[in-house]
Design a protein around this ligand. Structure first.
Ligand SMILES: C[S@@+](CC[C@H](N)C(=O)[O-])C[C@H]1O[C@@H](n2cnc3c(N)ncnc32)[C@H](O)[C@@H]1O
Length: 285
């Protein structure tokens, strides 16, 4: 190497990360030069609504100009999500990950969105994820750069994994988008090992915010606490921990671009909490 030149770092190979799960599919698509596995029976579209519309799976196209603008604005977007959105829910999940995950944990996230939860995992393990709709921006930002990410385009209702292969799952604010949520919960039980931990957060479909503003148009379920708990128990899941949190702050919509603002405050009345959070355990032999 010529004197004074900097060595190019060798990229970490994907298989350097432990517990990388093998998707049971041979189908793939190419997105921005990246090969992404796709569940065998999933109909995939290139559509701006993919993943937002619960019936359209696939890739949301972004031109490279749009991706560049999004890349520049991404830190601002993250900061506003931290202040306005539901990012604080991740801190409860981070506590459970710290408590239950180690270098032997096969971890799976369903509906990962920007995949930011992966920052809380032990550094040595793969971040496996099933996503229904993905933007080209996230493909360029995350999949093209982070070798620990192992993502399949698919649905929680039909996860392309062998039985009893997963130790820990996260489903953050996604079950309210899943048409057959009971099938999704049964799939989680199928792919999980006995005693596996499943962390779930869902929107309270009957909170004060929903009563005042109306429900998010993308939701296909408006859950109560009793509803989601009984669905989880019927699927073979035991509630180990539960909390209700997220106080809605009714800031005028035009001040915050149509978003809602929540604070990580737990209220005594169910309707004053925007989110239900669960740590569930898989009960099977
Ligand atoms: C509200 S976003 C939440 C994203 C992320 N978990 C977060 O907390 O920011 C819902 C996510 O669930 C995904 N999703 C919707 N239906 C799904 C399904 N049937 N299977 C897997 N993911 C799904 C969407 O594509 C989207 O990424």
């Amino acid at each position: 190497m010529p004197a004074g030149s900097t060595p190019t770092p060798t990229p970490t190979p994907k298989d350097a990360f432990r517990q990388r799960l093998a998707w049971t599919t041979t189908r793939t698509i190419e997105v921005c030069g990246i090969t992404i596995p796709v569940s065998e029976s999933l109909a995939v579209a290139r559509s701006g609504d993919a993943g937002w519309d619960s019936h359209i799976a696939g890739i949301r196209p972004n031109s490279s100009l749009k991706s560049t603008v999004k890349t520049i604005l991404w830190p601002l977007r993250r900061a506003s999500e931290n202040i306005l959105g539901h990012q604080f829910l991740q801190y409860t999940l981070a506590r459970w990950i710290k408590q239950y995950a180690n270098e032997n944990t096969a971890f799976l996230e369903c509906g990962p969105g920007d995949m930011s939860l992966r920052r809380f995992l032990p550094k040595s393990i793969a971040y496996n994820a099933v996503e229904f709709g993905l933007s080209e921006f996230q493909v360029r930002r995350v999949l093209a750069r982070d070798p620990r990410v192992n993502l399949v385009l698919g649905t929680i209702e039909e996860i392309p994994l062998a039985n009893s292969s997963v130790d820990m799952v996260a489903c953050v604010e996604m079950l309210q988008h899943v048409p057959d949520v009971d099938k999704g919960l049964r799939e989680l039980v199928r792919v999980c090992k006995p005693g596996a931990k499943i962390m779930v957060t869902v929107a309270n479909g009957h909170c004060v915010k929903v009563k005042r503003k109306g429900a998010n148009r993308h939701f296909v379920h408006l859950f109560t606490e009793a509803d989601i708990r009984s669905r989880a128990e019927s699927a073979g899941l035991k509630v180990l921990e539960h909390e209700q949190t997220g106080k809605w702050v009714p800031v005028p919509q035009n001040l915050i671009g149509g978003h809602s603002m929540h604070l990580p405050i737990k209220s005594a009345r169910e309707e004053d909490n925007c989110y239900f959070v669960y740590l569930l355990e898989v009960q099977k032999t």
